[in-house]
Design a protein. Structure first.
Ligand code: ADP
Ligand code: MG
Length: 464
C-alpha cells in the first residue's frame, strides 16, 4: 500500500468512526448492529468516502432505509459536496470488488451493471430434501385442515402468485410437516424447472452458524437466494436467535421481492411468536395464515382407515370407532396407536379387537378416562356456543339457547349413565319427556344438518 492509499484508509476509518458514533444514537440498537456494524470504511479521497458492504442486498437495504440518515450524518461530518461510494464484497476466485454510486432513491441507486457473483450457479438444481412419503394424496382432508390444504394446492400450482408467504401453524402432530412437504412435492412435480427446498428451522440455524464460523456467510445466503420455493419448518426455533433471524430476514426479503414462494410453519400463531423481531412478524402478515386444528372424530376415523389400509391391516369397525373417540390429541398419537396395535398383535399373535385396542390405547396415549358429568357437558356446550352456563338453566326460548340446551341433554344421555329425569333436573329443571324429545331432535338433526354435526363433534372432542 502506498502512502496515499494508507492516508486515504486512515481518513476513512476516522470519518466513519465519527459517523457511527452519531448513527448509534439515532437508530435502534438492533438496526445498528445489523446494518452499520458490518460496514467497513475503505478510503476517503477526493471528497469521496468508499465503504464496503457485505452484499448487494445490504447495499440496497441501506439505500432504501437509511439514505436520509446517512446523508445527514455525512454532511455533518464532511460538510456539503461529499460523495459516498459502496463496494460490495464479492467472494469469488478473482476477489474483485465492485463499486456503486449511492443515489437518492433506490431506483437511481440500482447499479448499472448488476453483479451476481454466483450467476453461473443459478441454474443449478438443488436436492429438495423432501420426504416422498408426504404427499397430498396421503394427506387426508377434514374440516380441520381444509383451508390449509386447498391453499397449499393453489400455491403448488402457481408458486409465488397466490399466498405469499404461507404461514401454517398448529399444535404438534397435527400435520404441518406433512402438509408443507406435500406442497413442495406437488410444486416440484408441476414445475420441474423450479428449485424447491425443505429445511427445518433448526437445520437452517446450524448451517448459519457453520457458515459464520467458516466465514462463508455470503455463500450461505447466496445458496438460499437460488431457491424458488423455500419451505422452513418450525420457525419457532428461531426465537431468541437474533443472528439467524437477521439472515433469514435478508433471504426472506430477497425471495419475496423476486416473487419466489415462501412457506413457513410454526407451532403457534404469528401473534404468539414472542421475541420474534417485529419486522419479521410484519412480513408474515403479508401472506396467508392457515391453522391446522385438531381433527374431529370423522377425520380421525378417515385417517385411521387410511393408515390401517397402508399397513395392510384389517381392523373391525368398533375398534376404529373406539380409537377415534379416545385418541383426539393429535394425528401422530393416532399413528402411534396403529403401530402399537400392529406390533402387539404380531408379537403375541393376538387378534386385533376392542380388548387389545383398549390396552394399547391405555398404555400409549395414557388417557385417563375423563370423568364426564352433566355439569362438564354443560360447560363444554356453553363454551362452544359462547353462552353462559346459566343461560341454559333459564326458561329462555331463544333459538341458540334452546339448541345448546338440547345438545347438552343429548350429550348427557350419550356420555353419562344418568337417567332422563336426572338429566332434566340438572339441565334447566325440565321433565324426562323434554329430555327425550331433545335427544330425538338432535339425533335427527345430526343426520341432516352439517353445522349441528360439526358442533356436536367439536364438543365431544373437547370432552375427551
Ligand atoms: P407436525 O409437523 O404438525 O408436528 P406431522 O406433519 O409430523 O405433524 O404429522 C404427524 C403424523 O401424522 C405424520 O406421520 C403425518 O403423516 C400424519 N398426518 C398428519 N396429518 C395427516 C392427514 N391429514 N392425513 C394423514 N396423515 C396425517
Ligand atoms: Mg413437524
Amino acid at each position: 500500500m502506498n502512502q496515499d492509499n494508507e492516508l486515504a484508509s486512515v481518513q476513512a476509518k476516522e470519518i466513519w468512526g465519527k459517523c457511527l458514533s452519531i448513527i448509534r444514537d439515532i437508530v435502534p440498537e438492533t438496526a445498528f448492529s445489523t446494518w452499520f456494524s458490518p460496514i467497513v470504511p475503505l478510503q476517503y479521497e477526493d471528497q469521496t468516502l468508499l465503504i464496503r458492504v457485505p452484499s448487494q442486498f445490504f447495499f440496497e437495504y441501506i439505500e432504501e432505509h437509511y439514505y436520509d440518515i446517512l446523508k445527514a450524518v455525512l454532511t455533518k461530518v464532511l460538510g456539503k459536496g461529499f460523495r459516498l461510494r459502496y463496494s460490495v464484497l464479492v467472494e469469488n476466485a478473482t476477489n474483485t470488488t465492485v463499486s456503486y454510486e449511492g443515489g437518492r432513491t433506490p431506483q437511481t441507486s440500482q447499479p448499472t451493471q448488476r453483479f451476481d457473483p454466483f450467476s453461473e450457479k443459478s441454474h443449478q438444481k438443488i436436492d429438495s430434501q423432501l420426504n416422498p412419503a408426504y404427499t397430498m394424496d396421503s394427506f387426508v382432508e377434514g374440516q380441520c385442515n381444509k383451508l390449509a390444504r386447498s391453499a397449499g394446492m393453489a400455491i403448488a400450482k402457481e408458486p409465488g402468485k397466490t399466498f405469499n408467504p404461507m404461514f401454517v401453524f398448529g399444535g404438534s402432530g397435527l400435520g404441518k410437516t406433512h402438509l408443507v412437504q406435500a406442497i413442495g412435492s406437488m410444486a416440484e412435480e408441476m414445475h420441474p424447472d423450479k428449485n424447491v427446498l425443505y429445511v427445518p428451522a433448526s437445520k437452517f440455524q446450524s448451517q448459519f452458524q457453520e457458515a459464520t464460523l467458516a466465514n462463508k456467510l455470503p455463500d450461505f445466503i447466496n445458496f438460499y437466494k437460488m431457491i424458488d420455493i423455500l419451505i422452513v419448518d418450525d420457525i419457532q426455533d428461531f426465537v431468541g436467535k437474533t443472528g439467524t433471524q437477521n439472515t433469514f430476514f435478508q433471504i426472506f426479503n430477497h425471495l419475496h421481492q423476486s416473487g419466489k414462494q415462501l412457506i413457513l410453519t410454526s407451532d403457534r400463531s404469528p401473534k404468539l411468536l414472542a421475541q420474534f423481531e417485529e419486522r419479521m412478524l410484519s412480513r408474515f402478515k403479508w401472506g396467508l395464515h392457515a391453522e391446522l386444528e385438531k381433527p374431529d372424530v370423522e377425520t380421525r376415523k378417515a385417517i385411521l382407515r387410511r393408515k390401517i389400509a397402508e399397513d395392510g391391516l384389517v381392523i373391525p369397525e368398533d375398534v376404529i370407532d373406539y380409537i377415534a373417540k379416545s385418541v383426539s390429541e393429535s394425528i401422530r398419537a393416532i399413528e402411534g396407536v396403529v403401530i402399537s396395535l400392529l406390533a402387539q398383535s404380531t408379537l403375541t399373535n393376538a387378534e386385533i379387537n376392542l380388548d387389545l385396542a383398549r390396552r394399547v390405547v391405555g398404555s400409549t396415549v395414557n388417557v385417563e378416562e375423563k370423568n364426564i358429568t352433566i355439569f362438564s357437558i354443560q360447560e363444554a356446550v356453553c363454551a362452544h356456543y359462547h353462552l353462559n352456563v346459566n343461560d341454559i338453566q333459564t326458561k329462555s326460548r331463544k333459538r341458540e339457547v334452546v339448541q345448546a340446551r338440547q345438545v347438552a341433554m343429548y350429550l348427557a344421555r350419550k356420555h353419562t349413565k344418568n337417567s332422563l329425569s336426572t338429566i332434566g333436573e340438572q339441565i334447566g329443571n325440565r321433565d324426562h319427556a323434554t329430555v327425550l324429545h331433545a335427544c330425538k331432535t338432535i339425533t335427527d338433526l345430526i343426520d341432516i344438518d352439517k353445522d349441528i354435526r360439526s358442533s356436536v363433534d367439536a364438543i365431544e372432542n373437547s370432552l375427551h
